[in-house]
Design a protein around this ligand. Structure first.
Ligand code: SF4
Length: 348
């Protein structure tokens, strides 16, 4: 890798990002966590808002999970938010409230893996530490025509070793950031801009005319599909919600009533009769049910195909009591403060 050429390209083309202009170890950590699996343009909105509410590890460590999740709402992968809270507590307990500069010590912090430790150490503390992610693997595999599969450990080790040899000790942070920007702006996964690339004449994949063949692609597995029925239920002016368990998919987030499979209108009606109207004076009248339509959400490993219904029931103590067996009836004011999974955005 021609490091000088990469850095020259970076100084002319680098992106103006808020966590760069006011670089701090804490801000670097938060931005790196947000950028995992999320596009830079999305993070631009979330980052300043998050920093305003939680400006340091101490404020984040003492925050309630609901308040952190609310600020995270829409970013997805909520385990990142939970890890940041756990990490903040660890930093307060073990490092006196300040992130350490050593990659080894950073790795002790819950939620910080090798890539993030390298990124924080190099960008915030100028420690020559590789930060190897998918971008970096793609660039090195193309430059050297390495026939490697990105998700394999041996690929990571091979690229890490090459980056370790290349990373300059005088400005390692710029080097890692340059790789990041170069992978996002020039050596993109599809249709890389080889005609404007400073490495065009030395890049093995380009010389072979096989840029998109590197790195190798892992054979795709079919994504499993689950069907869900989502019920938006009003009892008077309140709405029925429930909190998901503390572990597993979408842990700790709020949801509407969610049932497996796609229920038909008459099945929803029977369910409402049995679970909500039972014992009430409304049990002989037909519930007001409206179809909200279908929507889908794709997780990294799973797809949900959803069908939604809205059910409007009158304010009634027996119905409210039945509803409390299924979840919590909340006012619309409280509803707006709760963090919901973006998977059910279409029905909120
Ligand atoms: S020449 Fe093309 S494939 Fe090679 S590093 Fe540059 S952009 Fe990537």
């Amino acid at each position: 890798m021609d490091v000088e050429a990469l850095l020259s390209w970076f100084y002319e083309n680098r992106r103006d990002l808020p966590w760069r202009s006011d670089r701090t170890p804490y801000g670097t950590w938060i931005s790196e966590a947000m950028l995992q699996q999320t596009r830079v343009t999305t993070v631009l909105d979330y980052y300043p808002r998050f920093l305003k509410h939680f400006p340091d590890p101490e404020s984040l460590a003492s925050a309630s999970e609901d308040s952190v999740f609310k600020l995270w709402e829409g970013l997805g992968y909520y385990s990142r938010a939970r890890n940041l809270m756990r990490g903040a507590k660890y930093i307060c307990e073990h490092f006196d409230g300040a992130l350490p500069s050593s990659p080894d010590l950073l790795l002790e912090i819950p939620g910080i893996g090798p890539y993030m430790a390298g990124a924080i150490a190099s960008q915030a503390f100028q420690v020559a530490s590789p930060a190897v992610d998918g971008n970096c693997i793609r660039i090195y595999c193309r430059l050297h025509a390495l026939p490697l599969i990105p998700s394999e450990k041996s690929t990571y080790n091979e690229v890490y070793e090459r980056v370790r040899k290349d990373i300059p000790s005088d400005n390692p942070g710029d080097f890692n950031e340059a790789l990041m920007d170069f992978g996002s702006l020039v050596c993109t996964p599809k249709s890389p801009r080889c005609s404007t690339c400073p490495f065009a004449t030395e890049c093995s994949a380009n010389l072979l005319g096989k840029q998109e063949d590197f790195p190798l692609k892992k054979p795709k597995k079919e994504t499993p599909v689950e069907e869900h029925t989502i019920l938006r239920i009003f009892v008077g002016k309140k709405i029925l919600v429930r909190k998901r368990p503390d572990s597993g998919l979408l842990a700790g987030l709020y949801e509407l009533i969610d049932m497996p499979g796609h229920l038909e209108n008459h099945e929803v009606e029977a369910w409402v009769m049995e679970n909500l109207l039972q014992g009430s004076k409304e049990c002989s009248s037909e519930p007001d049910i409206r179809v909200l339509g279908t929507s889908k959400h794709v997780f990294s490993h799973l797809r949900w195909n959803m069908l939604g219904y809205e059910i409007i029931l009158p304010a009634d103590t027996t119905i409210a009591k039945n509803a409390s067996q299924l979840g919590e009836l909340v006012t619309m004011k409280k509803y707006d403060t709760l963090a919901f999974a973006s998977a059910i955005r279409a029905y909120r």
